[in-house]
Ligand binder design. Structure first.
Ligand SMILES: N[C@@H](CCC(=O)N[C@@H](CS)C(=O)NCC(=O)O)C(=O)O
Length: 202
């Protein structure tokens, strides 16, 4: 049964889920519903009262919010190579990297919201705080990328998606300088059809 997946081509959190779906052979199971979370789309709000994307109605009819939860669900549901390692250091390394990549994406998405406020309504202190968070996350991702090797898992997917979002929305950020591990990971991940097919747009 097709699952309703509320999405937008510009969202890095959506992209992370789509890459996991593609890597695990489940892309065709997702019936993508375009949603604008800021306009309180009634169809989205009925599934996710937080009104954020991504959101998924699972094959069993459960409403799932939060990209990490949706990835967890998809990963449990297939029998191929798991994107979330089952146990041990590999599991926690991958999940730790996802958490920091998500933190980057969250700060980057929120900073865009702050940047788009009219003059006078924008808080430079908030912009600076978010920028500081983004750069610290980039530094930690660079260290995590060094340990990740050439694994394809939730951690390396999330880090590559975070870098892709930086390129998309913050072209002048120059995140690659001094972060050769992360830059190498991004270039390697961008060879994958799942990453090529989900380049952000909008
Ligand atoms: N923690 C959430 C974050 C999702 C998120 O922030 N999505 C953004 C789009 S990239 C959104 O829906 N924003 C709407 C809003 O904040 O009003 C997840 O992992 O799914």
């Amino acid at each position: 049964m097709a699952m309703q997946f509320f999405s937008s081509p510009a969202s890095p959190f959506v992209r992370k889920v789509l890459v996991v779906a593609d890597e695990t052979g489940q892309l065709a199971d997702l019936d993508q519903v375009r949603a604008d979370p800021r306009s309180l789309d009634p169809a989205l709000v009925a599934v996710n009262p937080i009104s954020k994307i991504p959101a998924l109605v699972t094959a069993e009819g459960v409403n799932l919010a939060e990209s990490d939860m949706i990835c967890m669900y998809l990963d449990e549901r297939h029998s191929g190579q798991k994107m979330i390692p089952a146990s041990g250091p590999a599991r926690w390394q991958a999940l730790a990297a996802e958490a920091i990549a998500d933190g980057f994406m969250d700060a980057a998405v929120n900073r865009r919201g702050e940047d788009s406020r009219p003059d006078g309504a924008r808080s430079q202190a908030d912009v600076d705080k978010l920028m500081g968070r983004m750069m610290r996350c980039m530094d930690m991702m660079d260290a995590q990328a060094k340990d990740a090797g050439d694994a394809v898992n939730i951690g390396t997917i999330a880090m590559a998606v975070a870098c892709g979002y930086a390129n998309f929305r913050y072209a002048d950020l120059d995140w690659r300088t001094g972060r050769s591990n992360l830059a190498g990971l991004y270039d390697q991940m961008m060879q994958r059809p799942s990453m090529k097919a989900t380049q952000p747009d909008g």
